[in-house]
Design a binder for this molecule. Structure first.
Ligand code: ATP
Ligand code: MG
Length: 179
C-alpha cells in the first residue's frame, strides 16, 4: 500500500513525545509533504519510530531531534529520504560498523538505564532492505548522529494510474543497487 511519509513521521513523533518532553528535547519535522513510499505501513512506522526513539534516548537534555524528508532523483526511479538528526553522544567509527547487528549495544553499562535490547537498528535495517531501501548513519562523537532511511518513492496516485495504463510495473519494483 502507498504510505504517506507525513503520517509515518507523525506516528514516530507521537511515540516519542513523552520521553522527549521529559528531557526537554525539541522534536521538529519538515519536508515530508507529498512524499509517499510503498510498503507495509506498520513495519515502516516501527522502523522510523526506532530511529526517533534512539535519537531521544542517546541525547542529553535540552537538545533537538529533527526529522527531514526529501525526494532524490535517481536513475531507477525517485527515492524518498527520511533523515533523523540528533545532537547526542554520537557513535565512534568502530561502533558504526556494528550497531546494525542484533543485540549490539555501545557501552551497555552506560546505556543500561535506557533499557534496550539492541534489536532496534537490526529491525530498521531489515525493514529498509525488505522494502528495497537502505539505512545509513553519519555520526561524529560528541556532536550527534544522523540516521538516513532511503526508500523507493511510491509516486502519486495519478502517476501510478498512468504507469498502469502504459503497462509498466511501476516504481515499487525498483531496488537500490548495492543495498
Ligand atoms: P532497543 O532499540 O532494542 O531498545 P538499543 O537502542 O540499545 O535497544 P539499537 O536501537 O539497535 O538498540 O541501537 C544499538 C546501539 O547503537 C545502541 O545501544 C546505542 O549504543 C547506539 N545508538 C543507536 N542510535 C544512536 C544514536 N542516535 N546516538 C548514539 N548512539 C546510538
Ligand atoms: Mg534502540
Amino acid at each position: 500500500e502507498p504510505v504517506q511519509v507525513t503520517e509515518l513521521v507523525g506516528e514516530a513523533l507521537d511515540r516519542c513525545r513523552q520521553s522527549a518532553s521529559n528531557k526537554q528535547i525539541t522534536l521538529a519535522s519538515g519536508g515530508t509533504e507529498n512524499l509517499h513510499v510503498w510498503g507495509n505501513r506498520g513495519q515502516l512506522a516501527a522502523a522510523l519510530g526506532n530511529l526517533v526513539e534512539n535519537a531521544v534516548n542517546y541525547s542529553p537534555a535540552r537538545t533537538r531531534v529533527g526529522i527531514a524528508g526529501r525526494r532524490i532523483a535517481a536513475p531507477g526511479g525517485d527515492l524518498v529520504e527520511i533523515a533523523v538528526t540528533d545532537q547526542g553522544i554520537g557513535i565512534s567509527a568502530a561502533d558504526k560498523e556494528r550497531i546494525f547487528e542484533r543485540f549490539y549495544r555501545v557501552d551497555p553499562a552506560r546505556s543500561r538505564d535506557t533499557g534496550g535490547t539492541g534489536l532496534g537498528l537490526a529491525i530498521v535495517k531489515h525493514v529498509a532492505a525488505s522494502h528495497g531501501g537502505e539505512v545509513t548513519v553519519w555520526s561524529a562523537e560528541g556532536q550527534g548522529s544522523t540516521f538516513t532511511l532511503r526508500l523507493p518513492e511510491a509516486g502519486n496516485a495519478r502517476e501510478k494510474a498512468e504507469s498502469g495504463r502504459e503497462g509498466r510495473s511501476g516504481r515499487r519494483e525498483h531496488r537500490l543497487s548495492g543495498a
